[in-house]
Design a protein around this ligand. Structure first.
Ligand code: ADP
Ligand code: MG
Length: 554
């Protein structure tokens, strides 16, 4: 084995903050700081001619040049029609996200003096095929090799080392900057599966900031006896947002903080206590516990009645009010430790695991077929040691990674439109889901259908994605039928009615669907890979990539 070290980096591409991690020479997942010496980088992009400024500086200009700044682009990932218009050109969410990735990568390359090429990127468990694919595209546009997209709660569970413990059911409470996700996962030995997901994708730390902004403006009015609302001025508002977030962070560490509010030449010093802050934001906290309980109910419906632990993830869980309330309300053990780094670090560990699997595969191929079991086991042990040496990792780290197994589940169901109760008064079209939400990935399912008439010329397979949990779904149950596309299978002449047609669904680890229709007698097949609805095309990716070389990221 060559001594050439290769690393797969873990990237948490967050709604408000992003972060990159790798496994260092001691086998620890560490966060690589950016050029501003911060461990996390604001996911904010400022357009300036051919330059894109990403991070703190972009964030500071967000309100002053709103026409040139994009915030929270992650909310638009996978949306077919969302575009950001700048200087007469439209930018898809994938392309804007690629700038954030490039900033993380460029800073990491500088910090490590080594190239960053291979990555695992995380996304929320509720992301569907379109959003996952958009995430892969963002990586491609940034010139990266995206090995896998894994769920954020799964990554967090890996960081907390839960996969090596007893079987348990864990609530991952992730309160970030712009979203609140609650994911219930089951850990069985080394296997991690998602049981239920919920949350509010418009609730996050920013709402806590907003409460402070409102309070500061109100205090300024009260102290100056002015009727003027300082938040009407974009400059003051911008300043208040930044000060509010800073004050919020201070209140995580201390009981009170002072904020200086200046508007129209009048300055007011506002004292904000943690108690006041908690009072102002109690309604927001209530919403998170409400969603948590709703998601626990979902899990109960699936037979999970015991919950062992709450894992706190996301920068906003640093606020003391969060653990205080959860402890009181749920009575479960809580775990919190570097909440805004947990996801990226878990992704890096997962990346290392992928690398290890590649090495193991190579080593196994070197073992002669038919070798005795004990010999194989010895070879595996030997292989681990060699890999440990090659990757420069401690032996135990490799052993642990090798024994970890991680299962992702699909967050959507996939099916085909079929006619049932044929030639009866109840004849109708329904959706038959061949892959069901929460099925482990990769998923494989074949089902044989029959043609409707003799001498039928074609079979049309209409493929759909949906959130339903049952195999047969009446079409009225859909608010909107989300058709991913069609496959047309031409049939040979002379087939009788009800001739078998095999339909195969394969959903890979990335959640990308491959469907095959086959007529077994003639062997005729038609197949297609379903790119997500809406995302940008491969051509657009190439164009964006070409444009990218002329764009500087600062
Ligand atoms: P996301 O995953 O949504 O991009 P993060 O998990 O990085 O975001 O969390 C970002 C949020 O965490 C921001 O709203 C930020 O203000 C908040 N945050 C970070 N550190 C602290 C702290 N010490 N106290 C309170 N809030 C914090
Ligand atoms: Mg996050």
């Amino acid at each position: 084995m060559s001594n050439q070290q290769k690393t797969i980096f873990g990237i948490d591409l967050g709604t408000t903050y992003s972060c990159i991690s790798y496994i260092d020479q001691h086998g620890n997942a560490v966060i690589i700081p950016n050029k501003e010496h911060q461990l996390t980088t604001p996911s904010v992009v400022l357009f300036e001619g051919k330059q894109r400024i990403v991070g703190e500086e972009a964030k500071n200009s967000a309100l002053l040049s709103p026409e040139a700044v994009v915030e929270m682009v992650k909310r638009h990932m996978g949306e077919a029609n969302w575009r950001f218009l700048y200087e007469g050109r439209e930018y898809a969410p994938e392309e804007i996200s690629s700038y954030i990735l490039r900033k993380l990568v460029a800073d990491a390359e500088e910090a490590l003096s080594a190239p960053v090429q291979d990555v695992v990127i995380t996304c929320p468990a509720y992301f569907g095929i379109a959003q996952r694919e958009a995430t892969v595209r963002a990586g491609e546009i940034a010139g990266l090799t995206v090995h896998e997209i894994i769920n954020e709660p799964t990554a967090a569970a890996i960081t907390y080392g839960l996969q090596s413990e007893e079987n348990q059911v864990v609530l991952v409470y992730d309160l970030g900057g712009g979203t609140f996700d609650i994911t219930i996962i089951e850990i069985k030995g080394s296997k991690i599966s998602v049981i239920a997901t919920g949350g509010d994708h418009t609730l996050g730390g920013r709402n806590w900031d907003e409460a402070i902004v409102g309070y500061l403006a109100q205090q300024w009015q009260a102290e100056t006896s002015s009727l003027e609302d300082p938040t009407d001025s974009p400059e003051t508002l911008q300043d208040l947002w930044l000060k509010a977030e800073r004050a919020k962070r201070s209140l995580t560490a201390r009981k009170s903080t002072k904020v200086v509010v200046t508007h129209n030449g009048k300055t007011v010093k506002v004292m904000l206590t943690r108690d006041k802050f908690d009072e102002l934001t109690a309604g927001l906290l209530d919403r998170t516990t409400l969603f948590t309980k709703m998601t626990m109910d979902e899990a109960r419906k699936r037979g999970y009645t015991n919950f062992d632990l709450v894992l706190l993830v996301g920068g906003s869980t640093r606020m003391p009010q969060i653990s205080a309330r959860l402890e009181r309300e749920l009575g479960l053990a809580l775990r919190i430790f570097e909440p805004d780094e947990a996801v990226a670090r878990g992704a890096a560990m997962y990346g290392q695991k992928l690398l290890l699997n590649q090495h193991l595969l190579k080593e196994r191929q070197a073992v002669p077929a038919g070798a005795a079991a004990t010999e194989q086991a010895m070879n595996a042990k030997q292989a681990h040691l060699e890999i440990a040496r090659a990757l420069g990792l401690p032996d135990e780290a490799v052993e642990k990674l090798a024994s970890t197994e991680i299962t992702n589940v699909t967050s959507h169901s996939f099916g085909v439109i079929v006619t049932i109760d044929f030639q009866t008064s109840r004849e109708r079209e329904v959706a038959e889901n061949l892959v069901l939400v929460n099925d482990p990935l990769p998923a494989f399912r074949m089902h044989t259908y029959g043609t409707l008439e003799a001498d039928q010329e074609i079979v049309e397979l209409r493929i759909i994605e949906n959130g339903q949990e049952s195999e047969i779904v009446e079409l009225e149950e859909f608010q909107e039928l989300e058709e991913l596309g069609k496959i047309i299978l031409p049939l040979p002449p002379g087939l009788p009615a009800n001739a078998p047609i095999e339909v195969t669904f394969e959903l890979d680890r990335q959640g990308i669907l491959h469907v095959t229709g086959r007529e077994p007698k003639s062997g005729a097949t038609s197949d297609a890979t379903f790119e997500a609805r809406g995302g940008i095309t491969a051509e657009e990716v190439q164009e964006a990539k070409a444009r990218s070389s002329k764009i500087t990221i600062l």
